[in-house]
Design a binder for this molecule. Structure first.
Ligand code: SAM
Length: 212
C-alpha cells in the first residue's frame, strides 16, 4: 500500500506518551492535533479514511485528485484530504458542523463546502465537476443509496472510498450482515477491497470500489 503524495508517516513528540510515528499531512491545524514543522498528525481514531490507510487498503489515491467528500461534519478528515488532494467538494447537511467546516476552508482555497443533503445530488450537480474519488462517511441509514446516487460524479474507473457504519443501518443486526447488504446494494461499482476498521473504529467497514 502506498500513501498519496502529501501524506507521510512522521514522528511526533506526544509529550508524556513519548514519540510516535503517525500519518500526517501538511496544512493548518484544525482539531488541536499535534504539529511538527508544518505537518499535522492525522489521527486514525478520529478519521475513518485515516484508519483506512492505517489498515493498508489500496485507496488508489496518489495526491492531487479531485474529490467529492460526503459527510464532512466539522472538517476533521476532509481538511486532511484537502491538504493532499486537488479540488475537494465537501457535502454536509447539518448546519452546526458546517459552520465549523467553513472555518477550515479559510486556509484551504481548494476546499468547497456545500450545505447539502447527499441523498439529493441534483441539488449540487451544477457545482460539482467530475471527480476522481468519492470519500463517503455519512453514518446514516441508506449508505449504499447515497453511494449509488453520487456515482454520477465519478469518472469511469474512479474510486469510492466508503466507511460503512453498521449501527446506522440497524442497531440490532449483526454488523457482518449489514456490511453484506451494503455490498449487495451497491450498483455500478466493482468492489476492490474491504476491511473492518477495528481497532480504530468499532463496527465500521472500509470499502474501496471502482466505478464501472
Ligand atoms: N467524515 C467526518 C470526519 O471524519 O471528519 C465525520 C462524519 S460523521 C461520522 C457523519 C456526518 O455525516 C455527520 O456530520 C452528518 O451530519 C453527516 N450526514 C449524514 N447524512 C447526511 C446526508 N444525507 N447528507 C449530508 N451529510 C450527512
Amino acid at each position: 500500500m502506498s500513501l498519496p503524495e502529501g501524506v507521510e508517516r512522521r514522528t511526533f513528540d506526544l509529550g508524556e506518551s513519548g514519540s510516535e510515528t503517525r500519518l500526517a499531512t501538511r496544512g493548518e491545524p484544525v482539531y488541536g492535533e499535534p504539529t511538527d514543522d508544518g505537518w499535522r498528525l492525522w489521527d486514525a481514531r478520529r478519521s475513518k479514511l485515516g484508519a483506512t490507510f492505517e489498515k493498508g487498503l489500496d485507496t488508489g489515491l496518489t495526491g492531487g485528485e479531485t474529490v467529492l467528500y460526503l459527510g464532512a461534519a466539522s472538517g476533521t478528515t476532509v481538511s486532511h484530504v484537502a491538504d493532499f488532494a486537488g479540488p475537494t467538494y465537501a457535502v454536509e447537511f447539518a448546519a452546526r458542523p458546517a459552520r465549523d467546516l467553513l472555518a477550515v476552508t479559510d486556509s484551504r482555497p481548494t476546499l468547497f463546502p456545500l450545505l447539502k443533503d447527499a441523498r439529493a445530488p441534483e441539488t449540487y450537480a451544477h457545482v460539482v465537476e467530475p471527480v476522481d474519488a468519492i470519500v463517503q462517511d455519512v453514518a446514516t441509514r441508506g449508505q449504499a443509496r447515497v453511494a449509488n446516487a453520487n456515482r454520477q460524479f465519478l469518472r469511469e474507473g474512479g474510486r469510492l472510498l466508503a466507511a460503512v457504519k453498521a449501527r446506522s443501518e440497524d442497531v440490532t443486526a449483526d454488523p457482518e450482515r449489514v456490511f453484506e447488504r451494503f455490498l449487495d446494494d451497491l450498483s455500478g461499482y466493482e468492489v476492490v477491497e474491504t476491511a473492518r476498521l477495528e481497532p480504530f473504529h468499532d463496527d465500521h467497514l472500509a470499502v474501496v470500489a471502482r466505478r464501472v
